[in-house]
Design a protein around this ligand. Structure first.
Ligand code: AMP
Ligand code: MG
Length: 413
């Protein structure tokens, strides 16, 4: 590791490319180990191992209609003009099968979902019959096998029904229940400690007072972590004191630490130096706007993200780097969890080459309108915006009419 360059009151010497930071994370972060969870609580979780069907579904031949179980050959000549009358031996209901056998020229009354009795090879819907006391008048013929759901036609035992990496859908956990699979191995959710530093900050829930502002980032970060499948834990706000930041880092047993504020080049920005002292400061300063004063470090193998305190930078740095890590730890896709649309630009976008720009935009009448703001301190710009465009490093201008990808804040995928 190169010696720590302390950028306080000097500025960054150089800035790491976003792509290099992403590559570093993808290299060093893998899904956490799995844990076993009751299937009824597993919706939304990521499956860690394949689920093999232990049984057939359905487990028996069952009726798909209400009607009569019979032998198709017996009613081959039936028609409304030449009905065939069959004696009804009994009935088969869901969960209460008819235990006898249907012989030639016989029928059993049967309801949807009930076991098809031995001897029968078709179920004739009730609409094609006429009641006739303890007999049924059959008005139509039917093909062998009709209206019988065969054993195993839904699921064959031994088949893989759900594969690893699958984020379990509501219908998946329903399927697991139908198979009698009561618990499943899922990727553990990463625990994420949120450490906020800043002498000026009042805890969320207070009203701003004088020169003190209310910490908004912990609230936003906790919601982002939840969204990405992590378990957020917000620690009490830390003052800008090196020893206290150091202690808080040493105390954390989380899988990921988000240390927000004090990550830049100001006099009171202690976080980078502390990480360099306790572990590895792999990145400090990124070619990104906003959020250039972002850092990535490791305490042993646990990632620590130094997030800028400016709320827009904090959101941007979380989404690009920390969120990627939370998602990957939890077995999810690393991609940004925003729906993306490709639309033409209404007015031109400019940026310095060599830097990735996070541009807040509106989408109006199918066109993308960049908001005329660049500041990172105004969180309301992200509540007004519909989404953001990541302006590529190699571009310094994008012209009106060019198609850009907009990541929409609304709608979680
Ligand atoms: P810093 O990253 O500590 O240099 O802070 C940059 C700016 O973001 C300053 O104006 C801080 O007051 C502000 N800030 C820092 N932390 C927070 C926070 N948790 N919530 C809202 N604003 C913050
Ligand atoms: Mg600060």
């Amino acid at each position: 590791m190169p010696p720590f360059y302390d950028p306080r009151m000097r500025g960054f010497r150089d800035r790491t490319a976003v792509a290099a930071v992403l590559a570093l994370l993808d290299n060093r972060i893998a899904a956490l180990p799995s844990e076993s969870l009751p299937s009824i609580h597993a919706a939304g979780r990521v499956l860690a191992e394949p689920v093999v069907a232990p049984v057939a579904v359905p487990g028996f031949d069952r009726a798909a209609m209400d009607g009569y179980a019979l032998r198709a050959a017996d009613i081959a000549d039936a028609s409304p003009h030449t009905p065939i009358s069959l004696p009804i031996l009994g009935e088969s209901l869901p969960g209460r099968p008819f235990t006898g056998t249907v012989g030639p020229g016989e029928a059993v009354r049967i309801m949807t979902g009930a076991p098809v009795p031995a001897g029968a090879d078709a179920v004739l819907p009730v609409e094609r019959t006429r009641p006739d006391g303890d007999r049924a008048q059959i008005l139509e013929s039917i093909a062998v096998g009709r209206n019988i759901g065969r054993r195993g036609e839904d699921i064959t035992p031994g088949n893989i029904v759900l594969s690893p990496g699958r984020r379990l859908r509501p219908q998946d956990v329903g399927l697991l229940a139908s198979l009698g699979v009561v618990s499943v191995p899922v990727v553990r959710r990463p625990r994420v400690d949120i450490l906020i530093t800043g002498d000026e900050l009042l805890p969320a829930g207070s009203a701003p007072k004088g020169y003190r502002i209310v910490d908004s980032n912990s609230v936003m970060l906790a919601a982002l972590v939840e969204r990405d499948g992590g378990i957020p834990h917000i620690e009490p706000i830390l003052p800008d004191r090196r020893e206290l930041i150091r202690e808080a880092l040493l105390d954390s047993a989380a899988d990921v630490i988000l240390l927000c504020g004090g990550s830049s080049v100001g006099q009171e920005d202690h976080a980078p130096g502390v990480i360099a002292e306790l572990g590895e400061l792999a990145v400090h300063g990124i070619a990104l706007r906003p959020a250039s004063p972002t850092g990535v470090g490791f305490l042993e193998s646990r990632p620590v993200f130094l997030l800028p305190g400016n709320p827009v930078s904090c959101l941007c740095a979380y989404d690009l780097f920390a969120g990627r890590t939370v998602r990957r730890f939890g077995g999810r896709s690393v991609e940004l969890p925003y729906p993306t649309v490709s639309l033409p630009l209404r007015s031109k976008l400019t940026s310095a080459t060599g830097r990735l720009d996070y541009v807040r935009v509106l989408v109006r009448d199918g066109l993308v309108e960049p908001l005329a703001v660049t500041g990172a301190s105004m969180l309301s710009t992200t509540t007004v915006a519909d989404g953001f465009v990541l302006m590529p490093v190699e571009r310094d201008e994008i012209s009106p009419g060019e198609i850009v990808d907009v990541h929409l804040y609304d709608g979680i995928i």
